[in-house]
Design a protein around this ligand. Structure first.
Ligand code: ATP
Ligand code: MG
Length: 766
C-alpha cells in the first residue's frame, strides 16, 4: 500500500481525513478537488468502511472509471469494484431496476435516448395535429419537458404552474401540459424511462416508499459528489434525502465552472448546502497544480469579470510558462490549418505526443474543419460527441432488436425495426396499429400480439406479416435466458435478416456497416468478460443500460491512446491536456449569440471560457477567423469580447497574425487592447455589408462601376467591402505588389475568391 496521503498539501489532507459530517469543498479549477474525493474514498476504505456503503457520484462514467482505478491502486481493485460509483444516471438506473416493481415498471425497462424521445414527441404532435405548427419543434418540446422533470414538476402540476404556462403561452406552446402528459403516458406504456425520468422516478420512489428510502439511507454511510455546481434540483434532492440519516456527505465543486444551467443545473445547490447542513465543514483549496502561472492568472483575470461568484483565491507555483498565444485566421478553413500546423510544430519542437493536444470548441459543428485539416495531414485524432458509434444507424437498428427482446413494450425500438429489413409492413399498417394502441391504451407490441387483432380490419396478408414478426421476436425472447449476450446478439443479427440485407448489396458503405456491427459484437464480448471478472452483472439488459447512458467523454476505444482530442468545452470538464487550442473565439460563437442577449447568459459563457482555459497544463492557444459560414452564409466574425477581458499581460500575439489585423491598418505598433475592441468597426462593417444581398443600400444603375483612380486605390485595404461589376459584393482579404500594379485578393459571396488588378477592376467601395 502506498502512502498516498503524502501526495496531498495541507488543505487537501484536512479535507481527506475529516470524513465525518457534512463537508463542502469549494475551490478553483485544478486545485485537486477530484483528487481529494478520490483519496477520501481510499482513506475510508482503508479505515475499514465497506465499499458498498460508499456512494460516489461523478459527472461522467469515464471519471468514475478513473477514480475507481486510482482507488483500486491504493486499496486493491477488488475492493474498489464494489463501490457504488458512477454518474447519477447510471447509479440510480441500477437502483430503479432493483426497485422497478414499486413504480410499476418492468425491471428490464428501456432507457429512451434523446432520439427516441424526440421521435415519440413527433408522433404525439402528429396525433394532436400540431406537427405542422412551427412553434412545436420536438427539440423545444423535449427541452421543456426535461426542465420540468428536473424541477420535479409532474404534468398535473405543470398545468397549474403559472410561470410555466405563461412562458409556454409566450412561445405559442399552449398545449404543452397535454403533450407532457401524453409523453409520460406513452413512456410508461412502453416500459421506458428517458434520462430525466431516471432522476425523477428515483425521487418518486423515495417519496412514496419510506422503507425503500430507509434501506438506501442506511446502506450509504458516506456520500460524495464531484462537480456539485452542475447538479440540478432533482439530483440535489436525491442526495439530500439519502444523506439525511448519516449526514456524511461531501460535495466538491467550483461555482466558476457551473456550465450546465441550460440543462437545469443550479448554482443555488451550493448555497442550499450551507443551509441544509448547519455546522458543515468548509474546505478551501487554493493552489492549482495543473497549470502554469500564466494560465492560472489569465483564467483569474477572465472570471473576475463575472459579478456572481463566490470569492476564492487560485494561484500556481508551477513555472510561469508561456503566454497565451492568439491567432486570427482569414477564414475558418485557415483556422483549421493554423491550428493543425501549430500542433505539428509544437509536437516536434517540444517532443510531445499527439495525445498531449486538445482542440476545444463551443459547438460540435465546428469540429468538421479541424477533422478535415487533420486528415489532410494524416494526423491521428479522436472526436467526442457528435454522432458517436452507438448512434449510427446500423448500430441503433441492431440495438433496437435487442431492446425489444428484453422489453417488447419498447415502442420506439419496435417502430424502428418492424419493417427493417423490409417485411412489407408499411406506413398505413403502422398508423392503424398506433391508433389501436392509443384507443385501447396498449403498447404497439400488445396490439400486434393481441388475439383480437384479426377482428380489427387488417387483411390476411398483413396479419400474416405481423404475426411472423411477432414470432421472430418471441423466438428471441425465449432464447434470451439461455444464451450469453454475445451469442444472442449474433443470433439476432442473422435471424432478423440484418446481416443478409447488408451483404446483399456489396457497397463500401455496407462493408463499413458490417464492420461496425462486428465492432458492436466485440463491445458486448468485452463488456461481458470485464463484468464477469469483477463479479458484476453482465446480462444484455446491463449492456443496453451502459450503452444508453454513455456520456460525451465515454467513447474512448483502446486504440484511441495517442491521438489529438477534439471535443466541446462542455465535454472537457474535469479533464486536462498539456496543450489546449480554444478555437472560434468570436462574438456570436463564443459567447454564442443566444447567450449574448442576457447578462446571466454571458456570465455562463464566461465560466465556460474559464473552464476551457483551465484545462491546459502548459500552453493555451486561442484562435478566431475573420470570415465564417453560418447557416450557409458567409459572415464576418468579430473577435470575442473575452479576448479583450484577459489581462493583456498574459497574451501573446505573434507577428504573423498581425496581417490579419481587423482593419488592415494597424502596423507593428498597434495596441493589443484596441485590436480586440472592435465593436465600432465591425458594427459599421455589418451595416455596410449585407450578405443576404436583398437590401443593398445603393440602387444606382450599374454604370456607377468604374476602374478606380490611384487615390481611390489606396483606400482598398484588407477588410474593406467592395462591390464589383460582375461578382457583386466582396471583402478584400489581402493585397500584394506595389502601385500601380497592386493585386487584391477578394472574397465574393457569390463568386468565391478572386484576384483583381486594381488599376483595371471595375468596382466601388461600399
Ligand atoms: P477541476 O476543477 O478541473 O475539476 P480539480 O480541482 O478537480 O480540477 P484535480 O483534477 O483533482 O483538480 O487536480 C488537478 C491536477 O493536479 C491533477 O493532475 C492532479 O493529479 C494534480 N494535483 C492535485 N493535487 C496535487 C498535489 N497535492 N500534488 C501534486 N499534484 C496534485
Ligand atoms: Mg475535478
Amino acid at each position: 500500500m502506498e502512502n498516498y496521503l503524502q501526495q496531498l498539501n495541507e488543505a487537501q489532507h484536512k479535507a481527506v481525513i475529516n470524513t465525518e459530517g457534512p463537508s463542502l469543498v469549494i475551490a478553483g479549477a485544478g486545485s485537486g478537488k477530484t483528487r481529494v474525493l478520490t483519496y477520501r474514498i481510499a482513506y475510508l476504505l482503508e479505515k475499514g468502511i465497506a465499499p458498498w456503503s460508499v456512494l460516489a457520484l461523478t459527472f461522467t462514467n469515464k471519471a468514475a472509471r478513473e477514480m475507481k482505478n486510482r482507488i483500486g491502486q491504493i486499496v486493491g481493485q477488488e475492493t474498489a469494484s464494489k463501490l457504488w460509483m458512477g454518474t447519477f444516471h447510471s447509479v440510480f438506473a441500477k437502483i430503479l431496476r432493483i426497485e422497478s416493481e414499486k413504480l410499476g415498471y418492468p425491471s428490464s425497462f428501456s432507457i429512451y435516448d434523446t432520439a427516441d424521445s424526440k421521435s415519440l414527441i413527433n408522433s404525439i404532435l402528429k396525433e394532436m395535429g400540431l406537427n405542422k405548427e412551427k412553434a412545436y419543434r420536438p427539440g423545444t418540446v423535449l427541452g421543456r419537458i426535461s426542465a420540468a422533470k428536473n424541477d420535479l414538476i409532474i404534468p398535473a402540476v405543470y398545468a397549474r404552474d403559472p410561470q410555466r404556462t405563461s412562458a409556454d403561452a409566450a412561445a405559442r406552446l399552449f398545449r404543452m401540459p397535454e403533450i407532457y402528459q401524453r409523453y409520460m403516458r406513452e413512456c410508461r406504456k412502453a416500459g421506458a424511462m428517458d434520462f430525466d425520468d431516471l432522476l425523477l422516478n428515483t425521487n418518486i420512489l423515495f417519496r412514496d416508499n419510506p422503507d425503500v428510502l430507509e434501506k438506501y439511507q442506511t446502506r450509504f454511510q458516506y456520500i460524495l459528489v464531484d462537480e456539485y455546481q452542475d447538479t440540478n434540483f432533482s439530483q440535489y434532492l436525491i442526495t439530500r434525502k439519502l444523506a439525511e440519516k448519516h449526514k456524511n456527505i461531501c460535495v466538491v465543486g467550483d461555482d466558476a465552472q457551473s456550465i450546465y444551467s441550460f440543462r437545469g443545473a443550479k448554482i443555488e445547490n451550493i448555497l442550499n448546502f450551507r443551509n441544509d447542513y448547519q455546522g458543515y465543514q468548509l474546505f478551501k483549496l487554493e493552489q492549482n497544480y495543473r497549470s502554469t502561472q500564466n494560465i492560472v492568472n489569465a483564467a483569474n483575470s477572465i472570471i473576475a469579470h463575472n459579478d456572481k461568484q463566490i470569492k476564492k483565491e487560485v494561484y500556481s507555483q508551477n513555472e510561469e510558462g508561456q503566454k497565451i498565444n492568439m491567432f486570427q485566421a482569414q477564414s475558418e478553413v485557415d483556422e483549421g490549418f493554423i491550428v493543425i500546423n501549430d500542433i505539428n510544430d509544437t509536437r516536434l519542437r517540444n517532443q510531445c505526443q499527439y495525445q498531449d493536444f486538445a482542440i476545444l470548441y463551443r459547438t460540435n459543428a465546428q469540429s468538421r474543419i479541424f477533422e478535415e485539416a487533420l486528415r489532410k495531414k494524416n494526423m491521428p485524432y479522436k472526436i467526442y460527441g457528435g454522432l458517436s458509434f452507438y448512434q449510427r444507424k446500423e448500430i441503433k437498428d441492431l440495438l433496437a432488436y435487442l431492446r425489444i427482446t428484453v422489453n417488447p413494450r419498447d415502442s420506439e425500438a419496435l417502430k424502428r425495426v418492424i419493417n427493417y429489413p423490409a417485411r412489407g409492413i408499411g406506413k398505413t399498417t403502422m398508423e392503424k396499429i398506433e391508433n389501436l394502441a392509443n384507443q385501447n391504451n396498449l403498447s404497439l407490441w400488445e396490439v400486434i400480439t393481441n388475439p383480437a387483432l384479426p377482428n380489427t380490419g387488417f387483411n390476411s396478408g398483413t396479419l400474416k406479416k405481423l404475426s411472423s414478426f411477432a414470432r421472430l421476436i418471441s423466438g428471441f425472447m425465449s432464447q434470451a435466458p439461455n444464451m450469453s449476450a454475445f451469442d444472442l446478439t449474433n443470433e439476432i443479427a442473422t435471424q432478423s435478416g440484418i446481416m443478409k440485407e447488408l451483404h446483399q448489396e456489396k457497397s463500401q458503405e455496407n462493408q463499413t456497416r458490417i464492420e461496425n456491427l462486428e465492432e458492436l459484437f466485440n463491445a458486448i464480448r468485452e463488456f461481458s468478460d470485464e463484468r464477469q471478472e469483477s463479479g458484476e452483472n453482465n446480462s444484455l439488459v446491463d449492456f443496453l443500460e451502459e450503452v444508453s447512458l454513455l456520456t460525451d467523454q465515454d467513447n474512448d476505444k483502446p486504440d484511441d491512446l495517442n491521438k489529438v482530442t477534439l471535443m466541446t468545452i462542455h465535454a472537457a470538464k474535469g479533464l486536462e491536456f498539456k496543450n489546449v487550442y480554444i478555437v472560434g473565439v468570436e462574438e456570436g460563437l463564443f459567447p454564442s449569440s443566444m447567450a449574448s442577449a442576457t447578462e446571466p447568459g454571458i456570465e455562463e459563457e464566461r465560466r465556460l471560457f474559464y473552464v476551457a482555459l483551465t484545462r491546459a497544463e502548459e500552453r493555451v492557444t486561442l484562435t478566431c477567423a475573420r470570415n465564417r459560414y453560418k447557416y450557409g452564409e458567409l459572415t464576418f466574425a468579430r473577435p470575442s469580447r473575452f479576448l479583450g477581458e484577459i489581462n493583456q499581460e498574459y497574451l501573446n500575439i505573434p507577428a504573423e497574425s498581425r496581417s490579419f489585423a481587423p482593419t488592415g491598418k494597424e502596423t507593428g505598433s498597434f495596441a493589443k487592447k484596441k485590436r480586440f475592441n472592435l465593436k465600432d468597426d465591425s458594427a459599421q462593417e455589418k451595416k455596410k455589408f449585407n450578405f443576404s444581398g436583398k437590401t443593398l443600400q445603393n440602387n444606382d444603375s450599374p454604370s456607377r462601376f468604374n476602374s478606380l483612380a490611384p487615390g481611390e486605390q489606396s483606400q482598398i485595404q484588407p477588410g474593406v467591402i467592395i462591390e464589383h461589376e460582375r461578382f457583386g459584393q466582396g471583402k478584400v482579404l489581402h493585397l500584394e505588389g506595389v502601385a500601380p500594379n497592386i493585386k487584391a485578393t477578394v472574397f465574393f459571396k457569390n463568386a468565391g475568391q478572386k484576384q483583381l488588378l486594381l488599376k483595371f477592376a471595375k468596382l466601388k467601395i461600399i
